[in-house]
Design a protein around this ligand. Structure first.
Ligand code: NI
Length: 197
C-alpha cells in the first residue's frame, strides 16, 4: 500500500469513526429526551382494602409514593414517617389533591392484613398497595426501583432503593426525594411543583 493510499485510508477510517461517534451520541441524546417525555409510571395493583387500583385511577390527582416492606427495621419507617410529615405540613387544599401511597416490594409477607395494619400506623390518608409478584415486578420496573431478597438466617430481608416519588396529574414523575431531604424541603418542593390551579 502506497503512502497516499494509507493517508486516504486513515482519513476514511477517521471519518467513519467520527460519523459512528456522532450517531451514537445522537441516539443517546434522543433516547435521553424520550426518557424525559415518557417519564410516566404505570401500575396495576391492589390496595390494602383489596380493591384493584391502577395508575389511571389517580389521573387528575398527585401522588406521593414510597416503596418498601413492612418488616423493614429502619429505613422504611423513617422515610414513611418523613413522607407523612411532609404531607401534613401541606395546606389542607393541597393535601386533598395528593394521594400518599406505600407500595410493598415484599408481596409474599405483606398480605392485605399486614399492609393495612402498617399504613394505619402512619396516617389515615396513606394507601398501601400490593399485588402478585408479577405486578410488583412491573411497578418496580416502571418506577426503576431496585429491590432484591437477601438471605438473613432462616428468613430473608429486602435490599431496596429508597426514594419518595412525587407523581403529577397524568402519572409523570415530577420529583424524587432522597433520604437526606427533610420534610420541610419536600413540602416546599411540592408547593412549587403542584400549584393550585
Ligand atoms: Ni426498607
Amino acid at each position: 500500500m502506497s503512502i497516499k493510499h494509507r493517508i486516504i485510508r486513515f482519513f476514511v477510517l477517521s471519518a467513519i469513526g467520527l460519523l459512528l461517534g456522532a450517531a451514537i451520541a445522537g441516539i443517546s441524546i434522543f433516547s435521553g429526551k424520550q426518557d424525559t417525555r415518557s417519564n410516566k409510571v404505570s401500575f396495576s395493583l391492589i390496595n390494602q382494602d383489596g380493591k384493584p387500583v391502577t395508575d389511571k385511577d389517580f389521573y387528575g390527582r398527585y401522588m406521593l409514593v414510597y416503596f418498601g416492606f413492612t418488616s423493614c427495621p429502619a429505613i422504611c419507617p423513617t422515610e414513611l414517617q418523613k413522607m407523612s410529615e411532609a404531607y401534613q405540613l401541606l395546606p389542607p387544599e393541597s393535601q386533598k389533591r395528593i394521594q400518599p401511597v406505600f407500595i410493598t416490594v415484599d408481596p409474599e409477607r405483606d398480605t392485605l392484613k399486614v399492609l393495612k395494619g402498617y399504613v394505619d400506623l402512619f396516617m389515615p390518608e396513606l394507601m398501601g398497595m400490593t399485588g402478585t409478584p408479577e405486578q410488583i415486578d412491573a411497578v418496580k420496573k416502571s418506577f426503576r426501583v431496585y429491590a432484591s431478597k437477601v438471605k438473613e438466617g432462616d428468613s430473608y430481608t429486602m435490599d431496596h432503593s429508597s426514594f419518595i416519588y412525587f407523581i403529577g396529574l397524568d402519572g409523570q414523575i415530577l420529583a424524587m426525594f432522597k433520604t437526606a431531604d427533610k420534610p420541610d424541603d419536600i413540602k416546599t418542593r411540592i408547593m412549587e411543583l403542584h400549584g393550585l390551579d
